[in-house]
Design a protein around this ligand. Sequence first.
Ligand SMILES: Cc1cc2nc3c(=O)[nH]c(=O)nc-3n(C[C@H](O)[C@H](O)[C@H](O)COP(=O)(O)OP(=O)(O)OC[C@H]3O[C@@H](n4cnc5c(N)ncnc54)[C@H](O)[C@@H]3O)c2cc1C
Length: 321
Amino acid sequence: MSVLIFIDTAEGHVKKASLEAMSYGAKVAEQLGTTAEGVVLGSVTEDLSALGKYGVKKIHQVNNEALNHFDPQVDTKVIAQVAEKTGAKVIVFSNNVDGKAIAPRLSARLKAGLVSGAVSLPDTANGFTVKKNVFSGKAFANITINTEVKIISLSMNAYKVVTGEGVAEIIPFNATVDAGKIKITNTTKASGEVPLTEAEIVVSAGRGMKGPENWGMIEELAKVLHAATACSRPVADAHWRPHNEHVGQTGIAIAPNLYIAIGISGAIQHLAGVNRSKVIVVINKDPEAPFFKAADYGIVGDAFEIVPKFTAAIKKMKGVA
Ligand SMILES: Cc1cc2nc3c(=O)[nH]c(=O)nc-3n(C[C@H](O)[C@H](O)[C@H](O)COP(=O)(O)OP(=O)(O)OC[C@H]3O[C@@H](n4cnc5c(N)ncnc54)[C@H](O)[C@@H]3O)c2cc1C
């Protein structure tokens, strides 16, 4: 019996969210008096053994080229094999796009109870109860999992990355890999230098920008901060910005260290996707805008005046022209 953590990668690199999942899984293992192990699919360019510092003792690597492209149906079956072979009783995912696609499928396959979007360590004193956000972050639910195998997907930024001294043992795992039901013929990378879900800083803007022609200042601020750009849903719906930038309840959920919201009102559906950000800065001309209630720092004023000044000040601070 062990705790198995899915180590999610993109283009051979371990995703930031997986560092949180490993730190969390290691603590769950400690609570249960067992060890934390990882599973990684496909080729990885970084030194996997170094991930031992996040508390995983072993990493099972299914190094099959077919797994380099994300296919949740195929990946689920492979992870199920690893879970069964290792006798994992708790399986931890990040609640990111990949985790959201695989964890429910694995739950059905292994007949395992699942809590998605966990925000803290499970209470194991009396059963196995996991806390999660519900109603777009307006309330918490404590859910007890009664099945023998338990699956948790961890909300981003819900658990801090803990580093120690360990080195993980890498164990090649020979899994049966099905041919996928879908075939990826072409992939196009989303525009923007920094991927939105991995970005430490996100500069986001809404309908207050009036039109797509005004996004130059948003992109400039993002560039100087080495940030990703995001937007509210109406902005993507109006094709001012691409849909892959839409954040919120029906868009991408993100949890950067710094989220700068410009000309966004702060509707609950928008907040649902960004309220796990560590620090929120809001720029809005309406002092009554709901976003200010969720903000750590707020600037009341016209974005068209503030943003260029903000960018100029950061450039000066960084010594860039
Ligand atoms: C089922 C459902 C799901 C939804 N999912 C999402 C979602 O995932 N993500 C999402 O974002 N929305 C979502 N919405 C829409 C959401 O309810 C809001 O309508 C939307 O977030 C508003 O976008 P906005 O803040 O850009 O625009 P607005 O509400 O129009 O707000 C614009 C803001 O800009 C400010 N402003 C105007 N001019 C300036 C200026 N010059 N300088 C500074 N500030 C200025 C205004 O004061 C205002 O606060 C959903 C709605 C529903 C019903």
